[in-house]
Write a protein that binds this ligand. Structure first.
Ligand SMILES: [Zn+2]
Length: 628
């Protein structure tokens, strides 16, 4: 998974995630589910299920731990209209007291199947709910996440329970999904039966303004983009953008050497009125961002690696998955301690593949990387919370507020992980005299043979042992140090080992300008040490830097700078002018109805990050992002 960045054992078990196989699962329950999505613009989805039953108590689950979200984020609060009938009688039910995702239904004698009707009410755009539980429908499009509209029986695994799914779409809306179609009647589509696992793994995107874009037509292991937008104009990206996306499957297959999907669907939602994130699946990803992302160069620069990140997860996260994150159903706790591999390596590879595909040029790749490095370089929370603890705390940290972000730390194992995996790549290249790279690790760890969707679990030891297969090194010592390191500052060994160094100056890169424009914020993290919105409200201060040292904190509102009413431009001008002045930077702040004046003895000017060449070392970074 990814959220738009705000500063943004040795024993392997293999689980075959098959499509429905009658022979293998004859004894396991088979359910039907019919979703009526015609009310999507009202943000309510209706579902009817038939569930095999026998007299007594039937325990049903609403999915709680959502794969890829790394948290018990199943939106049970939005499960409504729940009713059960058997042989025409209304059945009694009660929720379990120790788990609100569990429902017990009393099934009377002679009833062999119960009928369930339910509604899922979807978050509105104003609702701050995150990820797939967030806003998922507009007047012109919707995303259907199956985990939100179903219940399943306790007992069998998610791979054993099977469903025959169908959807009625709003009139004339098109759709995209990794599910295979059985039959089509008007706006009603019956899909092939699949396991519960595959169903939850196969969301549907639907909309009036829809574009199906084949990425590698006529080739083995086809991939396509299924894009729904709020306006037809959002789909009019320049030709080179489509060409760059066409490079993505080729570059990914070159990186890994094999796929673990039959065909792949990039389900891409372009809307200002849905939650923005990306969520991975074996054969698709559900990625959602701003309406104008495909057509606006600044937005393309910021979001170039959203789809590539989620696509990398088909290999790293879905096919290869931490053993303790792999659970038989959605009720058991998914443990997050290896997310520095699951998300950290994916973040590195997603950015590299974006550059190898041309979605970023080499300079744009470095602009993004310099920001990641500078961001981690201003995370004083590293002094108390190490990388391992950010992963261990993931289920909480995904929901942390932005205030105090740099001191609390958030899910920045994406960012620290990216820097560390670049470090790994540079060490492999050095240890092998340039003969091996991260590509060789990916070939062994994630590659051949080609398979349909399946899970091959791994542990910390498997990561270390595979790295040693590629290039001998003290990888166990390396990762133990990286996971427990407390800085200060960012882990920059990868950037330096790749022949570059992080510097700060008063020139904003295109990336930082786009970042500040999109967030409507000024990012003074690297100068006086705060981030503030265009309304002056301070979102975060960096402990130890001038603003925090003076007494300014998150939630306060900057009213004036050097005597003039605050705007982002007024602040930026004052920071620049302070470089040639002995006068302090005067900041007037409103805090809980009181006004205070702070004088910051800061004369460093504006500061923004860049990477510059370290000429004494070979330039590995340019080779890392070269198209294969
Ligand atoms: Zn991810």
């Amino acid at each position: 998974m990814t959220l738009a960045r705000y500063v943004y054992g040795v024993v392997c078990s293999i689980l075959l995630i098959g499509t429905f196989s009658a022979a293998a699962t004859a004894a396991a329950p088979h359910l039907t589910i019919a979703v009526d999505a015609t009310d999507a613009p009202r943000r309510i989805f209706h579902a009817q299920l038939t569930i095999p039953a026998s007299p007594g108590t039937l325990t049903l689950y609403y999915p709680k731990w959502i794969p890829g979200e790394h948290a018990p984020s199943g939106p049970v609060i939005n499960l409504t209209g729940l009713k059960f009938t058997g042989n025409g009688q209304i059945l009694k039910w009660r929720r379990a007291l120790d788990d609100n995702w569990t429902v017990n239904v009393e099934v009377p004698a002679a009833v062999t199947e119960i009928h369930t009707s339910l509604d899922f009410v979807c978050a509105t755009p104003e609702d701050a709910t995150l990820f797939s539980s967030g806003a998922s429908a507009t007047n012109k499009l919707a995303i259907i996440s199956w985990n939100q509209v179903l219940l399943y029986p306790k007992g069998p695994t998610a791979d054993q329970v099977t469903f025959s799914p169908s959807v009625r779409f709003p009139s004339g809306w098109k759709y995209g999904t990794a599910l295979q179609v059985a039959s089509h009647t008007g706006d009603e589509v019956q899909f092939q039966p699949v396991s519960l696992y595959t169903l939850v793994d196969s969301p549907i995107i639907t909309g009036e303004y829809f574009k199906l874009f084949p990425m590698n037509p006529g080739q083995e292991f086809p991939a396509e983009m299924d894009i729904a937008a709020d306006s037809p104009a959002d789909l009019l990206a320049p030709p080179e953008v489509w060409e760059h996306y066409q490079n993505v499957p080729k570059q990914a297959i070159a990186l890994f050497g094999a796929t673990h999907y039959r065909d792949y669907h990039f389900l891409y939602t372009l809307s200002d009125y849905v939650a923005h994130f990306g969520l991975e699946h074996h054969e698709s990803n559900d990625s959602r961002t701003y309406e104008r992302t495909m057509v606006d160069p600044e937005m393309r620069l910021l979001h170039a690696s959203l789809l590539t990140h989620e696509y990398m997860h088909s290999w790293n996260g879905k096919y290869r998955r931490p053993a303790d994150l792999t659970t038989p159903d959605y009720q058991q706790t998914m443990q997050d301690d290896l997310l520095w591999v699951y998300e950290g390596l994916t973040e590195y590879l997603g950015d590299v593949i974006a550059a190898r595909s041309g979605l970023w040029d080499a300079d744009q790749y470095r602009q993004n990387l310099s920001y990641v490095a500078a961001y981690m370089d201003h995370r004083p929370g590293r002094t108390w919370r190490n990388l391992q603890d950010t992963a261990d705390s993931a289920a909480q940290l995904y929901y942390a507020p932005h205030q105090w972000d740099s001191w609390r730390r958030d899910t920045d194992y994406y960012d620290e992980g990216e820097l560390d995996w670049l470090w790994v790549d540079s060490i492999i290249r050095q240890q092998s005299n340039g003969k091996k790279s991260i590509d060789d690790f990916c070939h062994i760890f994630h590659g051949a043979p080609h398979t349909p969707p399946m899970v091959k679990t791994y542990t910390f030891d498997d990561v270390v042992n595979t790295l040693n297969q590629v290039a001998a090194y003290d990888w166990r010592g390396f990762w133990n140090e990286r996971l427990s390191n407390h800085g200060p500052g960012a882990p920059l060994g990868g950037i330096e080992g790749a022949g570059w160094k992080l510097v700060y100056d008063d020139v904003r890169s295109d990336y930082m300008r786009a970042w500040e424009d999109e967030h409507r914020e000024v990012n003074a993290s690297f100068s006086v040490g705060f981030i503030a919105g265009e309304d002056g409200v301070i979102e975060d201060t960096i402990e130890g830097m001038d603003a925090a040292h003076a007494g300014i904190g998150p939630g306060m509102k900057i009213v004036a700078v050097n005597g003039r009413r605050f705007t982002i431009q007024v602040l930026r001008d004052a920071l620049a002018a302070g470089k040639n002045s002995k006068e302090p930077l005067q900041v007037i702040v409103e805090n809980t109805d009181y006004f205070r004046t702070f004088n910051l003895d800061y004369h460093g000017g504006e500061k923004y990050p860049h990477l510059v060449r370290e000429e004494s070392k070979p330039d590995l970074l340019t080779d890392i992002v070269r198209a294969r």
